[in-house]
Design a protein around this ligand. Structure first.
Ligand code: SF4
Length: 355
C-alpha cells in the first residue's frame, strides 16, 4: 500500500448505511481525499444492488467503485474458517474477504489507509474488540484499518501515529444504540444514508435453511442456484429440488429462470402455481412435483390433472391433493414465507426495520 502521496487519501468501505456515511464525513472533514468501495454479493437484498451506496457517494461527492463478488464468495460461504453467525452469515470471513479486496484496490489507487463505519460492540459476531484484531490480522491489515466512529476506544492506527489522520477529531462510539449516530448525522448534515430493501440474506433463517440444503446436496453451486433460492417455496425430495411459485410474479420468474433440464408443472382447470422440478426426473419425483402443484393450486379437495414437461406442458398426470403433513415433510424450511417487515442489516453493521 502506498504510504506517501501529495494529499492523503483514504479508501472507505461504503455500505450505504448511516455508519459508513458518517465515517466518510469525519474523514472528509479532515481535508483528506476519500474514495469508496462497495461490495455487492449474491446475497444482497437490495433490489438495485449496492444498498444505496451510489446515492451516498454522490451526496458526499466521492468516487465509488462497486465490486461484485460471486463464485469466490460462495466458497467462503460454504466453508468459513471462522464459522457462521446465527444463520448462514460468515461475518468474520466475509469481512476478511472484503478487506483483502479493498487492500488490493487501495494499493492500485494509492490510498494510504482503509477505513470502515464499524462501531465497537455493535454486532455480536464481527465487531468485538478481539474480533476486529483477528480480522485485521487475517486480512494482512494489522494497524491499518481506521474506524473513525470508535477510533478513540481502539489502539491508534498507523495513519494516526504518522499524523496523517487527526485522532482528536475522531469518535469513541460503542454499542448497539444508534442514537449518537443519528444525532451526529444531523450535526454533520449527512442526509443520504437509507437503504431501501437492503441487507444480507445470509442472516435470515428461511434463506439460511434453503442455502444449507443446497450446499448439502450440491457440490458445485452456481450463482444461478443461489438466485433460485430467492424465489418460491422450496421442497426437497431425495436428489430433487422442487420449487413452487408463490404468486404471479414468481410464476413468471420461474418460467424465465428455468434451466434446460428442469420440468415445469401447472394444474389444469384451476388457479395454479408454476412448479419447477430439478434433479433426476424419476416417476416418483414427477409425482411429488405434481402433488405439490396440486396442493398449492386453488382446488382444495379431491384430485386434479397437472400438465408438465421440459419444453412445454405436453404431458398430463392425474394426482391426488396431498395432506398438509405430507407437504410439510418435504419443505426445506420450517419457517413461513418471509415477514413483510424485516430487520435490514448493512454489512457495516447498521440495522433498521424495512418493508
Ligand atoms: S451480514 Fe454483512 S458481514 Fe455478515 S455475511 Fe452478510 S454481508 Fe457479510
Amino acid at each position: 500500500m502506498a504510504l506517501e502521496s501529495k494529499k492523503t487519501k483514504g479508501l472507505a468501505l461504503l455500505s450505504g448505511g448511516l455508519d459508513s456515511a458518517l465515517a466518510v464525513k469525519l474523514v472528509l472533514d479532515q481535508g483528506i481525499d476519500v474514495e469508496a468501495v462497495n461490495f455487492v454479493s449474491p446475497f444482497c437484498l437490495c433490489r438495485k444492488g449496492g444498498c444505496g451506496a451510489s446515492e451516498v457517494a454522490k451526496n458526499l461527492n466521492i468516487p465509488l467503485k462497486t465490486i461484485n463478488v460471486g463464485q469466490e464468495y460462495l466458497r467462503i460461504v460454504r466453508k468459513p474458517r471462522f464459522g457462521y453467525g446465527r444463520n448462514m452469515n460468515p461475518c468474520i470471513d466475509c469481512r476478511i474477504f472484503m478487506l483483502k479486496k479493498a487492500k488490493k484496490y487501495a494499493e492500485e489507487t494509492g490510498a494510504s489507509f482503509i477505513f470502515t463505519g464499524e462501531v465497537l460492540g455493535q454486532r455480536p459476531m464481527s465487531q468485538h474488540r478481539k474480533t476486529l484484531g483477528v480480522i485485521e490480522e487475517a486480512a494482512g491489515l494489522k494497524g491499518k484499518i481506521l474506524r473513525p466512529l470508535s477510533a478513540k476506544l481502539l489502539p491508534p492506527t498507523d495513519v494516526e501515529k504518522k499524523g496523517l489522520v487527526n485522532r482528536e477529531t475522531l469518535l469513541g462510539i460503542e454499542g448497539r444504540s444508534r442514537k449518537k449516530q443519528i444525532r451526529l448525522a444531523d450535526e454533520l448534515n449527512v442526509t443520504e444514508y437509507s437503504c431501501p430493501g437492503g441487507g444480507c440474506l445470509l442472516t435470515y433463517r428461511e434463506f439460511a435453511d434453503k442455502l444449507k440444503d443446497l450446499l448439502e446436496h450440491k457440490k458445485r453451486v452456481s450463482l444461478k442456484d443461489v438466485q433460485f433460492l430467492k424465489v418460491g417455496r422450496h421442497f426437497r425430495f431425495g436428489k430433487n429440488k422442487i420449487i413452487v411459485g408463490r404468486n404471479e410474479a414468481e410464476n413468471g420468474l420461474l418460467l424465465r429462470m428455468k434451466m434446460a433440464n428442469d420440468y415445469c408443472f401447472e394444474a389444469q382447470g384451476t388457479g395454479s402455481p408454476i412448479t419447477l422440478l430439478q434433479g433426476p426426473k424419476t416417476s416418483a419425483a414427477i409425482e411429488k412435483a405434481a402433488e405439490l402443484t396440486a396442493y398449492h393450486s386453488d382446488k382444495k379437495q379431491g384430485d386434479l390433472s397437472v400438465r408438465f414437461g421440459r419444453g412445454g406442458f405436453n404431458k398430463l398426470l392425474r394426482t391426488p391433493i396431498p395432506s398438509q403433513k405430507e407437504v410439510e415433510n418435504l419443505r426445506v424450511t420450517s419457517q413461513k414465507a418471509p415477514a413483510q417487515f424485516h430487520m435490514h442489516k448493512n454489512w457495516d453493521g447498521s440495522e433498521k426495520l424495512e418493508k
